[in-house]
Design a protein around this ligand. Structure first.
Ligand code: ZN
Length: 214
């Protein structure tokens, strides 16, 4: 267990196209970032609650970039939680798998030169994935969540939450659409980062890779 702690400062109602969510603002002892929880329905003392632990992606979520599937995963998770009637989306401010916006943009340029997402991060002196989930675990504890069905394709996220004391009773896949723009990103996730992405792996042989020259 890490020694991270969080404090809930306030909670407010946010109506969305999917339903009425509550947004909880947290401070913590590890960084000065604004990590939040976005939840719907009764979540306190609940087991097997539908939960998404989502890391910020400015380019994908705000600008609609097609380089990744983050925006689609975020919207799909909010919709699934609303359809279920209860659940939590923990939104962590760890842009670009934790390397920050500037280095993410530099990594995109390296990817356009032919490096995959893992090698681009390594060339910039980073780990392939620098995200940390201890604050997500503290936030889920603060909300009183007992165990989660986690919306993810990422086994590392499951293992990290369990190591932080949050039981993951099931994995719920969260696959978006594979497009020519995000295909190589998804294939690298599947092949080099152990993500469970059936769609990306199954069709990767048939589709033209936009990052190969022509
Ligand atoms: Zn993204």
């Amino acid at each position: 267990m890490s020694e991270s702690t969080v404090s809930r400062i306030t909670s407010t109602r946010i109506p969305t196209q999917f339903g009425d969510y509550q947004l909880c603002y947290y401070t913590n002892n590890l960084d000065d970032k604004e990590h939040v929880a976005f939840y719907l329905g009764d979540v306190a003392e609940k087991s097997d609650l539908l939960v998404r632990v989502h890391s910020e992606c400015f380019t994908g979520e705000v600008l609609g970039s097609l380089r990744c599937d983050c925006g689609e995963q975020l919207n799909r998770a909010l919709k699934m939680i609303a359809e279920e009637g209860a659940g939590v989306l923990v939104y962590l401010r760890q842009e670009g798998r934790g390397i920050g916006l500037l280095d993410k943009l530099l990594a995109y340029n390296l990817q356009d030169e032919g490096h995959d997402t893992v090698d681009a991060n390594l060339l910039l002196g980073h780990q392939p994935d620098e995200r940390n989930y201890s604050l997500a675990a503290r936030i889920l504890e603060d909300l009183g969540v007992k165990s989660v069905r986690l919306l993810t394709n990422n086994p590392t996220k499951i293992n990290s939450l369990e190591a932080e004391g949050i039981p993951v009773s099931a994995r719920v896949p969260l696959e978006g659409e594979v497009t020519p723009f995000n295909k190589s990103y998804l294939v690298t996730k599947a092949e080099r980062m152990d993500h469970i992405l059936r769609s990306a792996v199954v069709d990767r042989i048939d589709t033209h890779d936009p990052q190969s020259a022509d």
